[in-house]
Design a protein. Sequence first.
Length: 276
Amino acid sequence: MQPVDVIRGDGPIVLGVPHAGTFVPDNIRARLNETGLKLADTDWHVDRLYEGLLSSATMVKAGFHRYVIDANRDPAGASLYPGQNTTSLCPVTDFDGRPIYHNGQEPDAAEIEARRLAWHAPYHAALEAEIKRVKALHGVAILYDCHSIRSVVPFLFEGRLPDFNTGTNNGSTCAPAVEAAVVSNTETAAGYTSVLNGRFKGGWTTRHYGRPTDGVHAIQMELAQRTHLKSEDLPFALDEEKADRLRGPLKTILSALEKLAPILKQKSSEISGSEQ
């Protein structure tokens, strides 16, 4: 299988989908224990939630599972949340802190590097190429990184996660107007809860590509899975009624960002002009 699938649009929005893939090569799958084979930490059906919401959007989707390698982690292995529980570039535990490999079958440094080259690098090469293409077309690019997670994961956070979790690394990865456009819509989405830069402030993808002074704005949206799954356990089936309801505010968010892009371009041009 190909590490990454790209669906190109002609608009200013790029949707990153690093964790919806479920492919695990046979040589890795054979080493996973019962916990690992469950693939519980998938961002279940996130690609289906966003597909077709904005016809002009580009989607870059990883086909491989995060247990192969996590496409939203620093390739150097640095922690995104120092001092807090998290999982690594090539996870050896699940989100509950339980081992996912048979004892002694975890990847060593050489295997991690091989996986990075085979899976992580192609995904980010494709994502970077699409961001550059979109920016060349519009003078600005907005990367919207699509995620989901179980609503309750005590190993990672206390209590129950809000429905919409917007991350901009405390405002550093996008212009204030981008953050405001998203937050104003999550806060007013009837029947849903939301937070800005709570437990999830944006992963490596958001922090790496978000360069607002260069015209590339990035945010991460982490959805609590109760918003669109029938059950947050096997078989992790999509609840079509919940999903249809959720697609309303998601489409509103993406449409607001698309309308904002020309304004961001104009402001960027004005700033560049004043610096000359």
